[in-house]
Design a protein around this ligand. Structure first.
Ligand code: NAD
Length: 479
C-alpha cells in the first residue's frame, strides 16, 4: 500500500495535546501515512503574519494536498484574519462536510436516532461578498450560483453517500422564490441524482427543511445545500445533537482538503490532560476515507465507538449513570488503541470503502445566448414616487427598438397597472424588451443615453438573455 503524506498543524490551546493523541492512534492502527508538522495560528499571528499562516506553508500543502488541523486561537483585536477562512478560500475548498450524530444511550442526547451529515457549498452564494449601496434607501448583495459550483458540491454529496454507505441525499433550496439561482441548484441535483439510482434522493424547501431538522433530525441522512442555508443548518444540527465536542468537519477541494474538530482551542483547559481528542479523531477518520484508506478509518472509528460504549469518557461528556470511568486525554487515547480491531455491540459499527472520494470537473454544455432586452435600474425620487409618471416618461424614451414592458419596485410590478397600496422606495427596475428578433446592445446604449439626457439617474443595468430560446431572467412579481 502506498504511503500518503499529509501536513499536520497542531494549532493552539488544547490543539497540540489532542493532535498528539490522534497521531498516536493513527500510528497504533498502522495507518500508512507520514506527516510534516507546521505552525499556524496564534504564534504566527503574533510574529506579524495577519493571516496566521506563513507563506512557505502553501508550498508544503501543495505537495501533500491534505491538512489535519488542530483548533486555532484567533487573538483579540483588529487586523487578524481567520486562519480557517484564509485556508478555505486560498485552497478552493468548495465543500464543507459536517457529520452530526448522537451516541445515545452512551452520550446524553435529546435526539437519540440522529445521524446526519450536512454538505454545504463553501465558496459561492451571498458569501462572494459583492455588495453595493445603490440609492439613498437601497443596498444590495449579489447571490452568485454557478453550474460548475452546483455540480461539484452535489456530486460530492452523492459520492460521500456512496463511500459512507448512506441511503439518502436531501437537497434543500428556496427555488419556489429564487427560480434561477436556487432553481439551478435543484435542477443539477435532479440531473445528478439520476446517475446514482441506488441512493434515494428528495428535495425540501429550506424553511420547512430547517423546521423538520430542528424537530425530527432522525429523518435526515445526507443534506446538501447552498452556502448560507448550510451555514445555518450546520449550527442547528450541532446545537440539537448534544455531541459538538465529538464532531469533526472537513473542507474539501478538487486537489486539497482540510480536516479539523468542530470545537475551538479551549485555552481554559489547555495542558491539563483533560481535553477530549474525539473531535479531531473523527475528523481524522473523515480524512482517511477521503484518502481512500477507509478500512483504517473504519477500524479507528469502531474502536472509538467501543470506548464510548464501555463508558470510558472524558470530563466534557462524562455523566453519572451513563459513564463508567472519567479519564484524561492520555488514558482515553490508550483506551481507543486497546480497542482497535473490535466492533461496538450496541452502537452501529461503521463500514467505509477503500476508495478515495473524488469529484471530476466536467465542461459546461454551451447554449445559444441571445440578447432579448435590458433591465435598467434607476434611482428616482420625484413626483411623489408615482410609477405612472415614471412610466409615461420612459414610454416616450423607449424608441422604435424597445417596449417598456414593466416597472417594478423591490421586485413588485408597479407599472403598468400597479396598486396604490404598494410601497415604493427610490429604486426602480425598468424592463425594456427588444421589439425585433435581433436586439442589439448598441440600441440599449442609445436608450440609456436618451434616459440620461432626460435627467434620469441610471444606477445599473442587467442584460436580458435567452439561452436556447429560454429566458435567463425572472418575471416580476405580479407580471
Ligand atoms: P471552545 O470550543 O474552544 O470552548 C468552549 C468550551 O468547550 C470550553 O469550556 C472548553 O473547555 C470546552 N471544550 C472545547 N473543546 C473541548 C475538548 N476537546 N475537550 C473538552 N472540552 C472542550 O470555544 P471558545 O471558548 O468560544 O473559543 C476558544 C478559542 O477557539 C477562540 O480563540 C476561538 O476563536 C477559537 N476557535 C477556533 C476554532 C477553529 O480553529 N476551528 C473553532 C471555534 C473556536
Amino acid at each position: 500500500m502506498t504511503t500518503h503524506r499529509i501536513v499536520v498543524a497542531p494549532g493552539d490551546g488544547i490543539g497540540p495535546e489532542i493532535t498528539q493523541a490522534v497521531l498516536r492512534i493513527l500510528k497504533a492502527a498502522t495507518v500508512p501515512i507520514e506527516y510534516d508538522k507546521i505552525e499556524v495560528g496564534e504564534s504566527v499571528y503574533l510574529s506579524g503574519h495577519t493571516s496566521g499562516v506563513r507563506d512557505q506553508v502553501w508550498d508544503l500543502l501543495r505537495k501533500t494536498n491534505c491538512l489535519l488541523k488542530g483548533p486555532i486561537t484567533t487573538p483579540q483585536g483588529k487586523g487578524f484574519k481567520s486562519v480557517n477562512v484564509t485556508i478555505r478560500k486560498t485552497l478552493n475548498l468548495f465543500a464543507n462536510i459536517r457529520p452530526t450524530k448522537s451516541y445515545a444511550p452512551f452520550v446524553a442526547s435529546a435526539h437519540p436516532g440522529m445521524n446526519l451529515t450536512i454538505i454545504r457549498e463553501n465558496e459561492e452564494d451571498l458569501y462572494a461578498g459583492i455588495e453595493h449601496r445603490q440609492t439613498q434607501e437601497v443596498t444590495q448583495v449579489l447571490k452568485l450560483i454557478t453550474r460548475p459550483g452546483c455540480e461539484n458540491i452535489i456530486r460530492y454529496a452523492f459520492e460521500y453517500a456512496k463511500a459512507y454507505g448512506r441511503r439518502k441525499v436531501t437537497c434543500m433550496t428556496k427555488d419556489n422564490i429564487m427560480k434561477l439561482t436556487d432553481g439551478l441548484f435543484h435542477q443539477v441535483f435532479s440531473e445528478l441524482a439520476a446517475e446514482y439510482p441506488e441512493i434515494e434522493s428528495d428535495h425540501l424547501i429550506i424553511d420547512i427543511g430547517a423546521a423538520r431538522l430542528a424537530a425530527q433530525p432522525e429523518m435526515f441522512d445526507v443534506i446538501v445545500t447552498l452556502n448560507l442555508y448550510g451555514d445555518i443548518l450546520s449550527d442547528i444540527a450541532s446545537q440539537i445533537a448534544g455531541s459538538v465536542g465529538l464532531a469533526g468537519s472537513a473542507n474539501i477541494g478538487h486537489e486539497m482538503a482540510m480536516f479539523e474538530a468542530v470545537h475551538g482551542s479551549a485555552p481554559d483547559i489547555a495542558g491539563k490532560d483533560v481535553a477530549n481528542p474525539s473531535g479531531l479523531l473523527t475528523a481524522a477518520t473523515q480524512m482517511l476515507v477521503h484518502l481512500g484508506l477507509g478500512s483504517y478509518g473504519e477500524a479507528i472509528k469502531n474502536a472509538w465507538l467501543c470506548t464510548l460504549e464501555d463508558g470510558i469518557h472524558t470530563a466534557d461528556f462524562y455523566r453519572d449513570g451513563l459513564s463508567k470511568e472519567e479519564v484524561g486525554t492520555e488514558r482515553f487515547t490508550d483506551a481507543v488503541i486497546e480497542r482497535l480491531g473490535r466492533k461496538p455491540r450496541q452502537l452501529t459499527p461503521v463500514a467505509y470503502l477503500d476508495r478515495p472520494i473524488s469529484v471530476a470537473r466536467k465542461p459546461t454544455r454551451k447554449s445559444v445566448q441571445t440578447l432579448a432586452g435590458i433591465d435598467v435600474f434607476l434611482s428616482w425620487d420625484a413626483q411623489d414616487r408615482d410609477p405612472d409618471v415614471l412610466g409615461g416618461q420612459l414610454q416616450s424614451l423607449a424608441g422604435e427598438e424597445f417596449n417598456l414592458v414593466v416597472i417594478t419596485n423591490r421586485g413588485v410590478k408597479v407599472y403598468p397597472g400597479g396598486l396604490r397600496e404598494t410601497f415604493c422606495t427610490d429604486h426602480w427596475r425598468c424592463r425594456f424588451v427588444g421589439r425585433n428578433d435581433a436586439c442589439r446592445y448598441q440600441d440599449a446604449l442609445a436608450l440609456m443615453d436618451r434616459m440620461t439626457s432626460a435627467g434620469l439617474e441610471i444606477i445599473k443595468t442587467e442584460n436580458l438573455y435567452d439561452f436556447d430560446g429560454t429566458p435567463g431572467y425572472s418575471m416580476a412579481q405580479g407580471q
